[in-house]
Design a binder for this molecule. Structure first.
Ligand code: S3P
Length: 167
């Protein structure tokens, strides 16, 4: 595999868990964009939201995404939930194998409800609004896989099937 596979979708849809398993199956490196930002900056994502604000984090996120893609090669990259909602990031990802992990609201809400380490999951109303607003944007990804269980292997199998299917 020489091209990256990029997982997009809402908070709690399983991007990191499924991504790690997918990378194992493909025999490539797994990268988590948020984890890489945190490791490089020596700070948590929440601290950027709390101290500099969301716009500052989005800048950092876009620059990090551009850097990951420019290096080239085959790997699986999990994005943070807001990354694909940004037009400039979708432009960077045009032509790449983006996969939307489409997970129902009940499942993502149960997984991340009231989590304090996810700034945008702290307020349940905002969380629900973001979910509805972003669905049409995630739908712009090249592939869509329904995530309806907690078993990551089900999603991995569906992703592999979708990636090998001729368009
Ligand atoms: C965000 C999702 C988070 C993280 C940040 C913002 C979002 O990533 O990037 O808190 O805007 O949905 P996860 O989707 O991994 O939780």
């Amino acid at each position: 595999m020489t091209e990256p596979v990029i997982l997009v979708g809402f908070m709690g849809s399983g991007k990191s868990t499924i991504g790690r398993r997918l990378a194992e199956r493909l025999g490539v490196e797994f990268r988590d964009l948020d984890a890489r930002i945190e490791a490089r900056e020596g700070r948590t994502i929440a601290s950027f939201f709390d101290q500099e604000g969301e716009a500052f984090f989005r800048e950092l996120e876009s620059r990090s995404l551009a850097a990951e893609l420019s290096a080239g090669g085959g790997f699986v990259l999990a994005l943070g939930g807001g990354a694909f909602a940004q037009e400039r990031n979708r432009a960077l990802l045009a032509g790449h194998d983006t996969v939307w992990l489409d997970c129902p609201f009940e499942l993502v809400a149960a997984r991340v409800a009231r989590e304090t380490n996810r700034p945008l999951a702290r307020d349940p109303e905002r969380f629900a609004r973001l979910f509805a607003e972003r669905r049409p944007l995630y739908a712009l990804a090249k592939h869509r896989v329904a995530v309806i269980s907690d078993d990551p292997d089900e999603a991995v199998t569906a992703i592999l099937h979708g990636l090998t299917r001729p368009e």
